[in-house]
Design a protein around this ligand. Structure first.
Ligand code: HEM
Length: 485
């Protein structure tokens, strides 16, 4: 039991839980005059489980910490686990200058071999890329693109009529990949990357997500030490470069006169100091943007189908809202603000499956969090997967319940109890895009079809660079008109 490793002070700090009500997070413990040392959790007991069932093991670590800052200890590598919303706010926002992403820390180090130095790094590279890319993803700009996204989504959804008529099962992971790639490549990449190329890149990303796992779970292993998955990782990065680099180079010549797709914007963009991004950084940012604009939405939505198959009432409320708001018209921008329950369902999916499930930080200078001394150079583990499933902050955390996101409950909850998009200066630039695109996809699919899952049980979580279901999600589709006829 972890209690053995926690101080009496930390044990008394657990907030109370009221059934059926979102738990307002208790005020942080007052900071003692003398910062104390963190309680320690020896990881040697949990490492085997970390490989067998990473999601459950991580959540158990959070439960055991009871929201206190604890040290996860395995030999020389001893990161702090930060789970309490107030502590997360300090790390991600209030003291973000002190807690850096550090491209060579924990999860970032293995992934740096793919994403290089750009928007997913830190320091000047990150600042320059963020400055150039952010204007493409403001709420106003994304809003203005909704109808174009909707048309692209509709075209792919049309292709489902045939398997629906034939009663043939479809794999929702693949269907969503085609929908997202078609819409994003057309609207954000001006078709410079074709859909088949994007699908190939996604396959390579999938291989990377999987092959990088041993390094994510054993982050103290030096890169020079061979590990399982290394070869597959290298091959996949090569495939991505072989696809992306020629496209990036070809786009350079026309960037000044092209529209504002991502690659032209990267070439044309000016940093705050007035400089340009070089070819390596345009490559790094293009690869980062292909990954973040695709895998994220696809992974989260794949969980929708097993959950609505499990809970008929939730499915009915979703169908009712979409039938009422959209009917049999094509989904358009004006529908989206009416789809309130659909948005709550998405928020609940993001609570249980926050695909950015781990984003560590490194402390530049010593600090005190929740009364615990953090030394300069320490690594901090920040994981929405853990915080979102802790009973200290959520009532019945394992239950899928979109009502947690009705406005009243959201108002009473700490902003960092639900933080699937991070926070502070590194907050996800794609948040608004995600909500609009995901609502368009769900509303388009559900206004056309009813879904029957081939396999009823909720799949386990495949923890890799994202959080995908362990088993394929296969469904048969029934056209809505034939249901209501
Ligand atoms: C389910 C949807 C998504 C989730 C859960 C998600 C999650 C996150 C999280 C947690 C971060 C912060 C990482 C950190 O603080 O170290 C982040 C950053 C980022 N996300 Fe997303 N994301 C999603 C969708 C998207 C989309 C659609 C885009 C496309 C534009 C995107 C682009 C980015 C970028 C470029 C960053 C880096 C921002 C920076 O460091 O300045 N994400 N995302």
């Amino acid at each position: 039991m972890l209690h053995e490793y926690l101080t009496p002070h930390s044990r008394s700090a657990t907030p109370s839980i009221h059934k059926g009500v979102t738990v307002p997070v208790a005020a942080p413990p007052t900071v003692p005059v003398q910062p104390r040392r963190a309680g320690s959790v020896p990881l040697r007991h949990v490492v085997p489980n970390l490989f067998r069932d990473p999601a459950r093991t991580l959540v158990e670590l959070g439960e055991r910490s009871q929201g206190e800052v604890v040290k996860l200890s395995l030999g020389a590598f001893r990161p702090y686990l930060i789970t309490r919303p107030e502590h997360l706010q300090r790390v991600l926002r209030e003291k973000s200058d002190n807690y850096v992403r550090a491209g060579d820390g924990l999860q970032w180090r293995p992934l740096k071999r793919l994403f290089g130095d750009g928007i997913l790094s830190d320091g000047d590279y990150w600042k320059n890329s963020r400055h150039v890319l952010q204007p493409l993803f403001t709420a106003r700009r994304v809003d203005s693109l909704v109808d174009r996204l909707a048309e692209a989504i509709e075209e792919v959804v049309d292709e489902l009529d045939e398997p629906a008529r034939a009663g043939q099962p479809v794999d929702m992971g693949t269907v969503q990949a085609r929908i997202v790639c078609s819409a994003i490549m057309r609207v954000f990449f001006a078709d410079k990357i074709s859909v088949p190329q994007a699908m190939r890149i996604m396959e390579a990303q999938d291989a990377i997500a999987w092959s990088v796992m041993p390094r994510l779970l054993v982050p103290w292993a030096p890169l020079a030490m061979p590990m399982p998955g290394d070869r597959a990782f290298r091959q996949a990065v090569q495939l991505i470069d072989d696809t992306v680099l020629p496209i990036v180079r070809a786009a350079r010549g026309t960037a000044e006169t092209d529209g504002d797709d991502i690659i032209a914007t990267l070439w044309r963009g000016r940093t705050e100091a007035g400089g340009r991004l070089d070819e390596r950084q345009v490559r790094d940012d293009t690869v980062s943007m292909v990954a973040t604009t695709t895998e994220t939405t696809i992974s989260v939505l794949t969980w929708l189908w097993p959950h609505i198959a499990q809970d008929e009432q939730i499915a009915e409320r979703l169908y009712e809202e979409i039938d009422r708001v959209v009917g049999d018209a094509p989904v358009r921008r004006e529908h989206l603000r009416e789809l309130r329950y659909t948005r709550q369902v998405l928020d609940e999916l993001l609570r249980l499956y926050p695909i950015g499930w781990l984003f560590p930080r490194r402390a530049l200078e010593a600090d005190v969090i929740g009364g615990v001394r953090i030394e300069a150079g320490a690594t901090l583990v920040v994981s929405p997967l853990i915080t979102h499933r802790m009973s200290a902050f959520w009532d019945r955390p394992e239950v899928f319940d979109p009502d947690r996101f009705d406005p009243e409950q959201v108002r009473n909850r700490h902003r960092y109890a639900h933080f699937p998009f991070g926070g502070g200066p590194h907050q996800c630039i794609g948040m608004h895009l995600f909500y609009l695109e995901a609502m368009l996809i769900v509303a388009t699919l559900l206004s056309r079809f009813r879904f029957r899952l081939e396999r009823q049980a909720l799949p386990g979580i495949k923890v890799a660079a994202a959080l995908r279901p362990l088993q394929r999600v296969e469904v048969t589709l029934q056209p809505v008109r034939s249901v209501s006829a």
